[in-house]
Design a protein around this ligand. Structure first.
Ligand SMILES: [Zn+2]
Length: 124
């Protein structure tokens, strides 16, 4: 599948911001990175605008989506032409990532609490 075929399939719409762009402002992005067993078939590719692609940078797709809930909402709405198993694998990874972020925040909370001054009753 050629890039232009992916764009046409997705209606020239970026799956991350949901906006429509001319082809020269679009890129294709892998759902499953090639290093993680993703292939180059159309089912593993989605349309992304240059801006969203730059914002994502080199981080894994799931981490990008976990960090931006609004982008994740757009992704789930618009990445409907890619293969479902790839989309579901990404969604599963986002869920796991969100849980580990929550656990991390809780650990940070405990450490922050330890640094707090003693309760007012202990002061002179
Ligand atoms: Zn975009």
């Amino acid at each position: 599948m050629q890039r232009d075929d992916i764009f046409a399939r997705d209606g020239y719409r970026c799956v991350f911001c949901g906006q429509v762009f001319p082809a020269e402002e679009l890129t294709v992005d892998h759902l499953q990175a090639r290093s993680r067993g993703g292939d180059r078939s159309g089912g593993n590719l989605v349309t992304a605008c240059g801006g969203c692609n730059a914002r994502k940078g080199r981080q894994p797709l799931a981490r990008f989506l976990a960090a931006e809930p609004e982008t994740y909402t757009n992704f789930r709405r618009h990445a409907v032409h890619a293969w479902k198993r790839h989309v579901q694998a990404v969604e599963e990874e986002v869920r796991r990532m969100a849980q580990s972020v929550e656990r991390g925040a809780q650990r940070k909370g405990v450490r922050a609490g330890e640094r707090q001054p003693p309760p007012p009753g202990n002061r002179p």
